[in-house]
Design a binder for this molecule. Structure first.
Ligand SMILES: [Zn+2]
Length: 67
């Protein structure tokens, strides 16, 4: 599924807010919630929308430099 489509159907499991895609133009590595400052990682092309798996935005940015 395309990132744009996923962004329309996915919501933050914590606040149910909108998400933004993380990663480069060709690959989405995660979906970020600005309100919660959390990133939900994409593993093997599948978004992991679990609060337990979410990475704090600050930590995510440190390990995933902007492309
Ligand atoms: Zn949220």
């Amino acid at each position: 599924m395309q990132t744009e489509e996923l962004l329309q159907i996915l919501a933050c499991p914590r606040c149910h807010g909108e998400l933004t895609a993380e990663g480069g133009a060709n690959e989405t590595t995660g979906f970020a919630c600005a309100a919660c400052a959390l990133v939900y990682p994409v593993r093997d092309g599948i978004p992991v929308m679990l609060l337990e798996e979410a990475v704090p935005l600050e930590r995510w940015r440190a390990s995933h430099p902007a492309v």
